[in-house]
Write a protein that binds this ligand. Structure first.
Ligand code: RET
Length: 243
């Protein structure tokens, strides 16, 4: 009975001023729509590019499922679904690292490049989770370690071996790699900003207070869907060249 009442109450309480809930809602729909788009486009690509577009779809689909959970969690508890958030990231961010490897394979990228990026992304996310949910009074320290792993990824794709391979591949692959690099440098930098808004540390004096979920939700939409579209556009171009 109590559960029923709670449900009835929830159903009538989609507060129009709850902009956090709104971004969870829109986020889940956007991820779902993007997944349908990527999956339904798959048959137009040959094997070489199909995997890349498939991974784009998996990234937004995994996010969509997590957004359904996060949205419900938010409406039921009115607090951050930090656990679901990090599980989502732990699955999708390594897949974004896989995308770099997949598009650079034409220039001879080896799986070791992929594993380096995946390892750094896992360090970035696990230490971020520690700061946000486990050792909250040391958020600044864990955020710093997480940031170091983030900068390693930025270095590797902008200047390291991934960059060299992109240059070797040239043409459309190099162009797509460049855009993805910008996503990681600018789009991903939104996350540490959200982290600093939502945790306690020395940065509180100059970073404004804000809702961490709104920031993360906007960043996710930009990064997951945008990233996927860059891959999709590259696959379409390559397909035209081949046929
Ligand atoms: C689809 C989800 C994506 C692309 C998530 C990316 C997340 C990050 C780049 C998070 C980075 C963080 C830092 C660099 C420091 C503070 C802690 C984090 C985990 C928010």
């Amino acid at each position: 009975m109590k559960a029923l009442l709670l449900f009835a109450e929830l159903g009538t309480k989609l507060d129009p001023t709850d902009y956090v809930g709104f971004t969870f809602f829109v986020g889940s729909m956007a991820m779902m729509a993007a997944s349908a788009f990527f999956f339904l486009s798959l048959s137009q690509f040959d094997k070489k590019w199909r995997t890349s577009v498939l991974v784009s779809g998996l990234i937004t689909f995994i996010a969509a499922v997590h957004y359904f959970y996060m949205r419900d969690y938010w409406f039921a508890n009115m607090e951050s679904p930090t656990f679901f958030r990090y599980v989502d990231w732990l699955l999708t961010v390594p897949l974004m690292c896989v995308e770099f490897y997949l598009i650079l394979k034409v220039a001879g990228a080896k799986p070791s490049l992929m594993w380096k990026l995946i390892f750094a992304s896992v360090v970035m996310l696990v230490t971020g989770y520690f700061g946000e949910a486990v050792f909250m009074d040391q958020a600044a320290l864990w955020g710093f370690i997480s940031g170091a792993a983030y900068f390693y990824i930025v270095y590797e794709i902008w200047l390291g071996s991934a960059k060299k391979m992109a240059v070797a591949a040239g043409g459309d692959v190099l162009k797509a790699h460049k855009i993805l690099c910008w996503f990681v440098l600018v789009g991903w930098a939104i996350y540490p900003l959200g982290y600093m808004m939502g945790t306690t540390g020395w940065y509180n004096s100059f970073i404004p207070d804000g809702n961490i979920d709104v920031v993360y939700n906007i960043a996710d939409a930009i990064n997951k869907i945008g990233f996927g579209l860059v891959i999709y556009a590259l696959a379409v171009k390559k397909q035209d060249v081949n046929s």
